[in-house]
Design a protein around this ligand. Structure first.
Ligand code: ATP
Ligand code: ZN
Ligand code: MG
Length: 403
């Protein structure tokens, strides 16, 4: 990899090979975690080199070294996967895609953006989010006999470590901190804030981080509850999970939040059971696109959303893990159509069965699989497809959302 040119705040580095567009997208996305001195890495048009934008004052050699290491790994690990389309549905709404959905929802008072990857929502946005969640929950209960559950939003570091999360996504973890149990530290903190303009945080040495984290993947808190159990016939669980991922500077409206909601479905049992559940899940997820299918008034062919299911192996995944993604077309900020990952269907083999000690009927570590639907991304995709004029929405959901 050669460094071509150096000017004040930008360097160009060759990639070890030409990468495909999927890989190029991932290189750009994850680049915010490479160095605090890197503003962003942009892959050039030929996808054989990148532009590294540096922040003023960066030590160019040191930062270029980190960027090179990063690019080597990304280019290597991501090579050679094919994208296979399992199901593709045609969009029925013939109107244009709606640009500026996030801003439009805020303007209408249906959403509030706190600015750090968290949103509040109400009105049609809330109704749509609930509809997607409830509809998929109902479908999962019917198809898999999925049992309802509730899981905490916090998870301890030992569980995350057991789940392999620190190996795969160390960048996305959020640790919680508390003020030390010390009367002086507490008093100092209290007094500092009693008449300050903004919040004065305690000094680092007065905060202890003892391993509580915000849960970064909906299914994790389920596994400790399965320890010691045997799944002779297989079982399915489904719930609405609250998920937190530190996405750094990539946060962006409903598309990339720090805190979001996932309708999760977990299967546990023999390899046959888990594989058959996955096979069954693909068309069911496809079905969930029609939230009001069984209560249609009038025309029932209307497609609320357009979904493409494709399989992609991603950089941070374990090599054997199989991941199918549910992609729905949405728009980038420049107005070009992009495929938004709105859900994933994953097979874990017996990884969690081994780590958490639960078995199948033969006494072997059970296999697991999961399906996660990112509720806020489905909402974003739906408004991108149908816009803000309620007349463009399928009759079957119009009344429910806007009535
Ligand atoms: P991406 O590549 O876009 O970061 P991911 O591969 O990290 O997605 P998964 O780990 O498969 O996503 O998570 C399951 C689903 O949760 C995704 O398909 C998506 O719908 C949703 N999701 C993931 N990250 C976010 C986020 N930061 N904000 C909102 N939804 C998200
Ligand atoms: Zn999962
Ligand atoms: Mg991600």
């Amino acid at each position: 990899m050669n460094k071509h040119s150096t000017d004040f705040n930008q360097i160009v580095l060759d990639l070890p090979r030409q990468v495909d567009t999927e890989v190029a997208g991932d290189i750009e996305k994850e680049s915010v975690f490479v160095s605090p001195w890197i503003e962003r890495i942009k892959v050039n048009e030929d996808r054989s080199s990148v532009n590294v934008e540096l922040r003023p004052g960066a030590n160019v050699e040191e930062v270029a070294g980190k960027a090179r290491r990063y690019l080597d790994v990304m280019a290597k690990q991501l090579s050679g996967f094919e994208i296979k389309v399992f199901i593709e549905t045609k969009r029925k709404d013939t109107g244009p895609y709606q640009l500026g959905v996030n801003e439009g929802l805020i303007e209408r008072g249906w959403m509030h953006d706190y600015g750090k990857g968290q949103v509040a929502y109400s009105g049609p946005v809330l109704k749509l989010a609930r509809l997607i969640n409830e509809r998929s929950g109902e479908l999962y209960a019917q198809a898999f006999g999925a049992k309802d559950g509730h899981f905490p939003a916090m998870v301890d570091a030992d569980t995350l470590q057991k789940c392999g999360y620190f190996d795969s996504h160390p960048n996305a973890v959020t640790f919680l901190g508390n003020v030390v149990e010390d009367i002086d530290a507490l008093e100092e903190f209290r007094v500092a804030n009693s008449c300050s303009e903004g919040a004065i945080l305690p000094p680092h040495e007065h905060i202890h981080v003892d391993g509580m984290c915000l849960n970064p993947a909906a299914c994790f808190p389920c596994y400790p509850t399965l320890t010691g159990k045997t799944f002779a016939d297989g079982a399915a669980y489904s719930w609405l999970g609250r998920v937190f991922r530190y996405e750094s500077r990539n946060i962006n409206g409903l598309d990339r939040l720090y805190e979001f909601n996932v309708r999760e479905l977990v299967f546990v049992g023999s390899e046959d059971y888990v594989r058959s559940c996955r096979a069954k899940a693909l068309p069911i997820v496809e079905d969930a696109r029609q939230p009001d299918r069984h209560r249609l008034h009038g025309a029932d062919g209307d497609d609320p959303f357009f979904a493409t299911v494709s399989a992609a192996k991603k950089f941070w995944q374990a090599a054997q893990e199989v991941k199918n993604e549910i992609k729905i077309p949405a728009l980038s900020s420049d107005g070009s159509v992009k495929q938004l990952a709105c859900g994933s269907i994953n097979l874990h083999g017996n990884f969690f069965g081994k780590r958490f000690g639960f078995n199948d009927g033969a006494g072997e570590p059970a296999q697991t699989g999961c399906v996660g639907l990112g509720i806020e991304r489905w909402v974003l995709a739906a408004f991108t497809q149908h816009g803000f004029d309620e007349r463009r929405w399928p009759e079957s959901v119009r009344e429910k959302l806007f009535g």
